[in-house]
Design a protein. Structure first.
Length: 273
């Protein structure tokens, strides 16, 4: 029995597949997938120019790196110390307030600046001149002590230097001052054109204008006038501080306005006045 050789190629029928169009359906997107570019929010751009600070770096316009400049420190200049002068001719007040006071009242410069003359006068023997004096000036009508001080302040008079205000006669005002303040107050009166009664006698009988003393004799009027002035002096002493009571009482006693008994009583118990 013999075998026939097999053919290397098999005769198979050729089959052709029909051409079909393949379409890919889109895959369903899940909610967890990142949003596409179309759904992303576009950032808002502010086209307004913002001012750059002095310390911020300009990276857009200037590619070079610049170091911020240090703030300049303010240099404090030392103020010159105020200079004061104590010469008898020139007076320089230590501040502006005193300069304004001197400009408004030139006569008050003696009370503000200490001079060599004032210091040298202290180291002298005491003089026989009275330490106090009365300045008598006229007035148009009767007034009070408070109103008189108010009017004197309008004349740039230092009312703290006026120790007492009395009314020794009709339309007459008496101002008790220390003798060191006497030239200043007289100069102010002259500038204000106020007459100063230099020869006025507060114990004169003519100062009694009360009608009840009209029929009294001349000696009686003189005694009554002295008694009235004695009462004014005692009232003035009672209003003074303890450091001035003895000095003013001594001045009144030297003028004969109070008697020796009054002076001894004042010196023995000044607090009882």
């Amino acid at each position: 029995m013999s075998l026939s050789p097999m053919s290397t190629t098999l005769d198979r029928p050729k089959t052709t597949l029909p051409q079909t169009s393949l379409t890919l359906s889109p895959q369903p997107t899940s909610s967890k997938s990142p949003p596409t570019k179309s759904h992303q929010k576009q950032p808002t751009i502010n086209h307004e120019a913002t001012p750059l600070s002095a310390n911020s770096k300009n990276t857009t316009t200037n590619p070079t790196v610049t170091t911020p400049s240090k703030p300049t420190e303010r240099i404090k200049q030392a103020r010159p110390a105020p200079t004061t002068s104590i010469s008898p001719t020139t007076h320089e007040p230590p501040n502006k307030k005193l300069r304004q006071v001197i400009d408004s009242n030139p006569a008050s410069i003696n009370t503000i600046c200490v001079t060599n003359t004032t210091a040298s006068n202290f180291f002298q023997f005491p003089t026989t001149q009275p330490k106090f004096n009365y300045v008598h000036i006229p007035c148009q009508q009767r007034t009070t002590r408070q109103e008189t001080r108010k009017l004197l302040r309008h004349l740039n008079i230092n009312t703290s230097r006026i120790l007492d205000i009395s009314f020794p006669g009709r339309n007459i005002i008496g101002l008790l001052v220390h003798r060191h303040y006497l030239p200043e107050i007289i100069s102010i009166m002259q500038i204000a054109k106020i007459p100063v009664l230099k020869d006025f006698d507060p114990t004169h009988p003519d100062n009694l204008k009360d009608p009840k003393y009209k029929n009294c004799s001349a000696p009686e009027r003189e005694t009554i006038s002295k008694q009235c002035h004695r009462t004014r002096c005692l009232r003035a002493i009672a209003t003074q501080p303890l450091t001035l009571i003895g000095k003013i009482a001594s001045f009144f006693n030297s003028q004969g306005w109070i008697n020796q008994a009054d002076y001894d009583h004042i010196i023995s118990g000044p607090r009882q006045l």
